[in-house]
Design a protein around this ligand. Structure first.
Ligand code: NAI
Length: 246
């Protein structure tokens, strides 16, 4: 069987890192896309040391030319692209009336535009190559539920939901599947930024296990969604939240 090629943005840390390792362990070739060079190179080395195959492509997902280059380099190196995991994200906090506008635009730029650029670049390339690929986008339970102090983040993740549904509708005509995940509270560096706001306590109290989810558990869900066996899961955002939104 030909190995699949998976591009994973935000692959240097947290959910992205765990997903790179999961796909590589399963025999897929992995393209680690991130702007954190040192951490991404470390993942590539780790994958290679375990007998897997991976490359790093330095990418700022908020720049469309970077994302286009990422997809082109992937196909230049591996000849195909089967999975595009648009996962890189940041979370500038702030109450609406005191919103720091730089943080607002940055959050929308990475979380919303970054996913849009990924859908467009991968969608075009998959159509061109006739590959029946899958695009997986990271939304959040915060794309569904309101919370104090996360205005820009909430807006960006709500957008990811609708972009996923709309892209599934349009790209389905070419055999390309588009799905999303909505994680609950996951134990990664991003969430530590919200510690002082009581958000971690709230997440812990509402998740069935009473604690943050391990990134490896989210990676398992992403992997399952990438499989052909999941081919009728299309246009959906799958809650991977240990019951938070229930
Ligand atoms: P993380 O902070 O561990 O990882 C985020 C990665 O994205 C980092 O490697 C960072 O360098 C990279 N990144 C940030 N901006 C980038 C840019 N402009 N271009 C390229 N790479 C960039 O955080 P985590 O938790 O792994 O986040 C992954 C995704 O999961 C994000 O979209 C986040 O919003 C989402 N999420 C996380 C939750 C959590 O509780 N940790 C809950 C729900 C969603």
């Amino acid at each position: 069987m030909t190995a699949r090629v998976a591009v994973i943005t935000g692959g240097a840390s947290g959910i992205g890192r765990a997903t790179c390792l999961k796909f590589a362990k399963k025999g897929d070739k992995v393209v680690v896309a991130d702007f954190n060079e040192a951490m991404a190179e470390e993942i590539v080395e780790l994958i290679k040391a375990e007998g897997g195959e991976a490359i790093f492509v330095k990418t700022d997902v908020s720049k469309q030319e970077d994302v286009e280059a990422l997809v082109n380099i992937t196909v230049d190196v591996y000849g195909r692209i089967d999975i595009m995991f648009n996962n890189a994200g940041i979370g500038a906090g702030g109450m609406i009336l005191e919103q720091n506008m730089e943080g607002y635009f940055k959050t929308i730029g990475v979380n919303q535009h970054g996913v849009a650029f990924g859908i467009m670049a991968a969608g075009r390339k998959m159509k061109e190559l006739g590959s029946k690929g899958v695009i997986i986008n990271t939304a959040s339970v915060f794309g569904y539920l309101a919370s104090h102090g996360t205005f820009a983040y909430q807006a960006s993740k709500g957008a990811v939901r609708m972009m996923t549904q709309t892209a599934a509708l349009e790209l389905g005509a070419y055999g390309i599947r588009v799905v999303g995940i909505a994680p609950g509270g996951v134990d990664t560096p991003i969430i530590q930024g919200y510690k002082d706001m009581g958000i971690i306590d709230k997440l812990n109290a509402s998740q069935m296990r009473g604690k943050l989810i391990k990134p490896e558990a989210i990676a398992n869900a992403v992997y399952l969604l990438s499989l052909d066996e999941a081919d009728v899961i299309n246009g959906s955002i799958v809650m991977v939240d240990d019951g938070y939104a229930s």
